[in-house]
Design a protein around this ligand. Structure first.
Ligand SMILES: Cc1cc2nc3c(=O)[nH]c(=O)nc-3n(C[C@H](O)[C@H](O)[C@H](O)COP(=O)(O)OP(=O)(O)OC[C@H]3O[C@@H](n4cnc5c(N)ncnc54)[C@H](O)[C@@H]3O)c2cc1C
Length: 545
């Protein structure tokens, strides 16, 4: 019979030892009584700095009967997890589907459609991976921006140059499908049990290309450097119109354009596609030497070989009932230029699988409510983002560096021009960050930083640098869709992923892509696939990694 031991607390180092003797010592019998032991989950318990431990769930098979066993407090013995099959039968009536965007949402939508025997056409405004990597390197090394090939646009979407953290708060059953897919295409299998799975930008790029090749082999058609610029409708969606002048007939148009497709949002607004303004967050990237964070987080365990570069998650509830918080923390990562519009700057963070840059960074942001850009214009949030991205471009001297300031200078309200070391390329420009962000955001950061210093020693030290602007945290709009996944104003249009306001990271965007594919398949006569039926609560669609 299959069992699972949950919440077992292990000393650092114990996680690497064979489990059979450990199970025998805990549950009785001999190591040979425990077959196929497998780590199902591993998280770090860093609540007590002097005693950092791992919490694990281990499944195993055994013929023993466990009665009257006494276990450590909090640990439980339960029936083992049931394995789930994601297989489905092909549908007979095949709709013509066009998917816009090859980010995680578009990609996983296409993969799931293929499971149903539906072969979509994918439109991607940016180029394929190799050309995209060249263009992004031109931006990072020489400061030359290609507005159609950058860290937002091109094969793999924003996920490609992301940090590759695959965490999500959505708790949806399709997460397992997403993780297993990444493993099948080259990701480290440990992501299946780590509480904070991470693949890194180097691995995610390779996975994206392999996934695309597999999708092409199964009949999906990819059209790179092809932008959706319009669509035809007659009661329902009839065709996608591209910037190459083609009209591609379709029964379903999946819109997964990410949060930076501003021209596409404008086109949707002109068509009267139902949408609403959405809150997002805005702020800066903060960067520290990784050692500083490791020492603060790991205390006496600093340097233990079982410990990965440390992360953190900080929240400061402010006096005016707002909150400033850290997000997208990248241990061992780099701060990168993520601009996609000429004359505007955007920063973000990423890391390679090894997380060995020696730096650590995170977004330090404050919530921007819809009341902060009170306007009838549904795209007002987007215009606010653009306004401050352009202010940063000017503050950096009209180039694709990044305006930067030490945390000390920021808090002391003086611009000495002295900058701590940073991983950012091509270069950080000493600037006065008060010209780079709205005052209500600056005020929240000023209030939060001292509190974060109380939580992580050195957080506000002379080695800490701020770079602007972290403005593309999530979509400033949400397209409105019904219970069948279709736009409430335009039948046949399926809003999907982060840009449509239904996801806040790689995994949740991928899950949303799968959900949209399920809706389309059901419309084509497929029975409901129960394991994926769970709804994602609206509260779960904010940035969630
Ligand atoms: C630097 C960075 C680091 C990140 N780190 C993480 C992380 O560690 N973990 C995490 O979960 N998330 C991370 N994210 C966020 C994550 O990448 C996004 O949430 C996710 O990629 C959203 O997926 P999506 O498919 O909805 O959209 P996107 O990935 O943005 O993909 C949209 C695609 O649509 C294309 N497109 C847009 N308009 C059109 C059009 N009109 N016609 C044709 N194609 C179009 C774009 O070129 C793009 O390829 C990071 C993002 C960045 C930028």
């Amino acid at each position: 019979m299959k069992y699972q031991l949950t919440n077992l607390s292990l000393d650092l180092g114990e996680e690497a030892r064979p489990f059979e003797p450990m199970l025998a010592a805990l549950l009785g019998g001999s190591p040979g009584d425990y077959r196929c032991p497998r780590l199902e989950r591993r998280s770090l318990d860093a609540r007590h700095k002097g005693n950092i431990r791992f919490l694990v769930n281990i499944s195993f098979e055994s013929a023993r009967v466990f009665e009257g066993i006494s276990l450590p407090p909090g640990t439980k013995l339960e029936p083992g997890p049931a394995s789930v099959s994601f297989e489905v039968a092909p549908v007979t009536r095949k709709p013509r589907v066009v998917v816009v965007g090859t980010g995680p949402a578009g990609t996983f939508c296409a993969l799931r459609l293929l499971d149903y025997g539906i072969q979509p056409i994918l439109l991607e405004r940016g180029p394929d991976m190799s050309e995209r990597v060249r263009q992004v390197n031109a931006l990072w090394n020489q400061g030359i921006l290609d507005p159609e090939a950058n860290s937002q646009f091109g094969e793999g979407g924003a996920g490609t140059f992301s940090d590759g953290k695959l965490t999500t708060r959505t708790g949806h059953p399709a997460i397992r499908f997403v993780l297993e897919t990444f493993v099948r295409f080259g990701a480290d299998p440990r992501i299946l049990y780590l509480a904070k799975p991470h693949v890194g930008t180097d691995v995610i790029r390779k996975c994206s290309v392999l996934i695309r090749k597999e999708a092409q082999r199964r009949g999906a058609e990819y059209r790179f450097k092809t932008k959706l610029v319009d669509f035809r409708e007659a009661g329902a969606i009839r065709a996608a119109v591209t910037d190459r002048g083609e009209e591609i007939p379709c029964d379903a148009l999946v819109l997964a354009p990410g949060h930076s497709a501003r021209d596409t949002f404008g086109m949707l607004q002109n068509h009267g596609v139902a949408m609403r303004q959405k809150a997002f967050a805005m702020g800066v990237r903060i960067e520290h030497p990784q050692d500083l964070i490791d020492r603060a987080q790991y205390g006496p365990s600093f340097g233990h070989p079982s410990l990965a570069p440390a992360d953190y998650k900080l929240v400061c509830n402010l006096s005016n009932s707002r909150a400033a918080y850290s997000f997208c923390m990248c241990p061992g990562g780099e701060v990168i230029q993520c601009a996609s519009e000429a004359g505007g700057l955007v920063v973000n963070g990423m890391s390679n699988a090894k997380r060995d840059s020696g730096f650590s960074n995170s977004g330090l942001v404050a919530k921007v409510n819809t009341s902060d850009f009170a306007s009838e214009d549904l795209l007002a949030g987007m215009h606010l983002q653009r306004k401050w991205e352009q202010a940063c471009f000017r503050a950096a001297g009209e180039c694709y560096g990044a305006p930067a300031m030490s945390v000390r200078d920021f808090l002391d309200a003086r611009a000495t021009g002295l900058l701590p070391r940073t991983s950012f390329r091509p270069f950080a420009v000493p600037a006065d960050l008060t010209t780079c962000l709205p005052e209500f955001v600056l005020a929240q950061l000023r209030e939060a930083l001292p509190e974060f210093e109380n939580k992580i020693r050195g957080f506000g030290s002379r080695e800490a640098i701020l770079l602007a602007i972290e403005s593309r945290t999530s979509s400033p709009i949400q397209l409105l869709r019904g219970d069948d996944g279709q736009s409430i104003s335009h039948p046949g249009l399926y809003p999907c992923g982060e840009g449509a306001g239904f996801a806040g990271g790689i995994t949740s965007a991928a899950v949303d892509g799968i959900r949209v594919a399920e809706w389309i398949a059901r419309g084509a006569g497929a029975p409901t696939f129960e394991p994926f039926e769970k709804r994602i609560k609206s509260g779960d669609v904010a940035t969630d990694y």
